[in-house]
Design a protein around this ligand. Structure first.
Ligand code: PFF
Ligand code: NA
Length: 459
């Protein structure tokens, strides 16, 4: 292949534009939509936060996601090799390629704790299905969550099962493994979600749920809330750590990147909002608090299911939904690592097993952060990190540093280093004002916004 510098074997491609959309949507739709979005919305008072979040997705998240995908397609290799080659072709310093190295490390660390939380969904499918929530009071349900966290064996078991599923899917290959799994899991995800929203309509206080999510009350929105919304825009779209660059490398040339990325953003947003509509009506109908934080779906929601007709069935379906969402994201995180090994001649199966084992081992740090190492605060001497466990630090490293910093670098590269003609041809927005606006956002607006979040997060 003359343009990318001559590798012998033809690289596999997604079988269609739809296959890419489903895979990228699978990456985007994850714990971020079903777990995090509802609880940060709850903590930040609802409607006004949702509006700001939507604006952040549209104005800052999507342009950067588009840049990341088109860089991946142009590069046509693992992110690390792609970025190195693009720098050469664009006559830029090879230093830009560090974004792919950072992404590599970040995806590795991210999966190590994402898998532990993904494992919680496995544990909770079990709890829900055997009726453990039925009639239980707040203390019992809180104890169930606390009991899981305090048991390293339980956490390790589910973390292991989760990682095995990820390795099995990714190891089977792009089409036979990932595409096949995604083609089954994504439709299932949408069906489950719609069923759960239907349940919330019938059994929940749907009106209050709608009002909470969509009636903005700006007095409830703090600066912190705005920055949380912006930070979450990166996380939810999976953009900034070169995971979407890896997926983009399999994207056929004729696919329009702009249109595809908008579809992904709309679907991701839709799932987050629908998850809110599946959760909050049940919370309100049972007189519970929307602002419970991370325990919203593991404590508050089970309490609601435990008091409701059909709670066993629909509670089980809810945690199955969470599992499906988490798995399709997890496979995207290990992909850049496996691709990097493939670039070095390691077969995919072995590469998946090898990287999966290392990530699994690192995950043990997260497992222990909830129990034996709960009082181990490695950076506790810095007031910014007081009381933070290893898991908190991993999360901070990925969500607050790597994702925004990577997004910033990608925006700057596409906006300033790439020639406008190449960018124009790759993005597929025509050559009018819309393209100019897109380039302006990449050059000025997104970098400025990211810098603000970044500085705020550090101090
Ligand atoms: N977008 C995923 C979610 O919302 O859960 C999380 C994620 C996946 C972040 C992949 C970053 C990434 F590279
Ligand atoms: Na998401």
């Amino acid at each position: 292949d003359a343009t990318t510098g001559g590798t012998a074997a033809a690289r596999p491609q997604w079988s269609s534009r739809l296959a890419f959309i489903l895979a990228a949507t699978g990456s985007a739709v994850g714990l971020g939509n079903i777990w995090k979005f509802p609880y940060i919305t709850g903590e930040n008072g609802g409607g006004a936060f949702v509006l700001v979040y939507l604006a952040c997705i549209a104005v800052i998240g999507l342009p950067i996601l588009a840049a990341e995908v088109l860089l991946g397609r142009r590069g046509g290799h693992s992110p690390i090799r792609s970025m190195a080659q693009l720098c050469r072709r664009d006559g830029a310093s090879g230093g830009w390629a560090w974004v792919a190295w950072m992404g590599f490390v970040a995806a590795f660390v991210l999966l190590s704790f994402y898998s532990v939380v993904g494992g919680w969904s496995l544990a909770y499918i079990g709890h829900a299905a055997r009726g453990a929530f039925a009639g239980a009071n707040a203390e019992a349900i809180g104890g169930m969550f606390g009991g899981m966290l305090s048991s390293p064996g339980t956490l390790l078991l589910w973390h292991t099962v989760f990682m095995l599923m990820v390795v099995a899917i990714v190891g089977a290959g792009l089409r036979a493994g990932m595409e096949r799994a995604i083609n089954t899991l994504m439709p299932l995800l949408f069906v489950l979600l719609l069923v759960l929203v239907g349940y919330a309509m019938v059994r929940g206080d749907f009106g209050r749920g709608l009002e909470f999510l969509f009636a903005p009350d700006f007095s409830k929105l703090s600066t912190e809330g705005v920055l949380t919304a912006l930070g979450h825009a990166f996380f939810t779209l999976s953009t900034g750590i070169c995971v979407m660059m890896a997926y983009g490398s399999f994207l056929p040339k004729e696919v329009n990147v702009a249109r595809t990325v908008v579809t992904i953003g709309v679907l991701d947003t839709l799932v987050a909002l629908l998850a809110g509509l599946a959760i909050f009506p049940l919370v309100f109908a049972n007189g519970l608090e929307p602002g419970a934080g991370p325990g919203l779906i593991f404590v508050t929601l089970p309490l609601a299911f435990g008091q409701m007709t059909g709670g066993v069935v629909f509670g089980t379906l809810f945690f199955a939904l969470l599992l499906v969402a988490a798995i399709t994201s997890a496979i995207s995180m290990i992909e850049p690592v496996v691709e990097w090994l493939e670039d070095r001649g390691v077969a995919r199966k072995l590469g998946a097993l090898l990287s999966g084992s290392l990530i699994w081992a690192l995950g043990i740090c997260t497992v222990l952060s909830f129990n034996h190492w709960a009082d181990f605060h490695p950076l506790g001497f810095l007031s910014r990190f007081e009381g933070k466990t290893l898991f908190d630090l991993f999360d901070f490293l990925v969500s607050n540093l790597a994702l925004p910093l990577g997004g910033l670098t990608i925006a700057l590269y596409a906006g300033w280093v790439m020639k406008a003609d190449i960018l124009r041809e790759q993005i597929g927005l025509g050559d009018g004002a819309v393209f100019e606006l897109f380039r302006f956002v990449l050059r000025f607006l997104s970098p400025a916004a990211v810098l603000v979040v970044f500085v705020y997060n550090l101090v």
